[in-house]
Design a protein around this ligand. Structure first.
Ligand SMILES: Nc1ncnc2c1ncn2[C@@H]1O[C@H](COP(=O)(O)OP(=O)(O)O)[C@@H](O)[C@H]1O
Ligand SMILES: N[C@@H](CCOP(=O)(O)O)C(=O)O
Length: 324
């Protein structure tokens, strides 16, 4: 469920009037997503032939002060041919407006579906699209620190504490020491760009084997590009529960990435550690969310163990998944 706020049709029509997109025809709440309210908005279009947009209302987790970074990044990447939706600016040029005290943005609608079980062909395309975004984002002038880096994950797991983690799953407290180790070994000098850092299958709209769009850039930040590839590897190369590694998907993802931007030797040798850091980032945020979400809440809690299983796989696999 991801419509937290009711917007009356009249209020939506007034909002849409601030943009040069024609008049409001319909607005349907989108069920997918967790953080924000999203509507699929149809208008008559500038020339009367109809147009579709995504209207996002920022509900939680996102600071309004970060919106110039997130929305500017969409414009920067789409202007450079990346598969990313544009921000639609209002008649005064603003990228977002306020409705009922909350920030809202109108975003270009991109076609495609999120795949549940990616094929190697799809993973190859996603790897290439990620590398294209990394190359294009190197010239993006704004900056944002990663609030969920290994130090933050280690601190967050320690803060949850072994007892609370064990209440989620008896195998979860092991993440505390693993995170401290990964944090201690973390490389500090890999090439950086602005990175998505959450490019899960549900954040990519696929058109067959083609990437229709990468969405949900609300964790984007300055990071090591190889770390972003590691996040994407951990998110795409397993079955949903993280119980079974899919080597063909992982290989295709890295090959797709390298078809655009070959990894440097230091990046390749760091991959086994980076994927473990990526897993711990999601173990930590999922555990924290799990403990913060009342059992009866409407939001579906994501299982931190899905990423503990991936973590154990990577810890035992060495550089096997990343050999050329
Ligand atoms: N630009 C877009 N084009 C088409 N569909 C989109 C677009 N942005 C979001 N969506 C749809 O809205 C859903 C939720 O968006 P998302 O940004 O992932 O929300 P949340 O941040 O709450 O997870 C997506 O799964 C997708 O179906
Ligand atoms: N991809 C993360 C959760 C982030 O949620 P999103 O809906 O904003 O992508 C996870 O799976 O833990």
């Amino acid at each position: 469920m991801a419509v937290y706020t009711h917007l009356a049709a009249e209020d939506l029509a007034v909002l849409i009037d601030h943009y040069d997109v024609g008049a409001l025809v319909s607005a349907k709440g989108i069920a997918e997503g967790i953080s924000n309210s999203n509507w699929l908005v149809e208008t008559t279009g500038r020339d009367g032939s109809g147009a579709r947009f995504i209207l996002t209302m920022y509900e939680r987790r996102i600071e309004t002060s970060d919106l110039p970074f997130f929305l500017g990044l969409l414009d920067h990447l789409s202007a450079r041919g990346c598969a990313v939706p544009r921000t639609i600016h209002d008649r005064e040029g603003a990228g977002w407006r306020e409705v009922e005290g909350k920030a809202v943005a109108l975003i270009e609608f991109l076609p495609g579906v999120s795949v549940g079980r990616p094929t190697p062909g799809q993973a190859h395309a996603v790897g290439a699209a990620l590398a294209e975004a990394h190359v294009a984002a190197r010239e993006f002038p704004l900056h944002r620190a990663n609030a969920l880096d290994p130090a933050a994950s280690a601190a967050s797991l320690a803060q949850c504490g072994a007892e609370q983690l064990a209440a989620i799953d008896p195998a979860l407290p092991a993440a505390i020491d693993l995170a401290a180790r990964v944090r201690g070994d973390w490389p500090g000098d890999l090439p950086r760009s602005v990175c998505h850092t959450d490019l899960f299958p549900d954040n990519v709209l696929m058109l067959g084997d083609r990437v229709g769009g990468m969405i949900d850039f609300y964790f984007a930040c300055d990071e090591a590009m190889a770390y972003d590839l590691a996040v994407t590897h951990a998110a795409w190369s397993f079955d949903k529960a993280g119980a079974r590694f899919r080597p063909d998907v992982g290989e295709a993802l890295v090959a797709g990435y390298e078809s655009v931007r070959p990894l440097e030797p230091a990046e390749r040798s760091a991959m086994p550690l980076l994927v473990q850091g990526a897993c711990l980032r999601f173990v930590a945020s999922r555990a924290e969310d799990w403990l913060d979400t009342p059992a009866g809440a409407l939001v579906t809690r994501k299982d931190p163990m899905d990423f503990m299983r991936r973590l154990h796989f990577y810890a035992g696999a060495g550089d096997g998944p990343f050999q050329q």
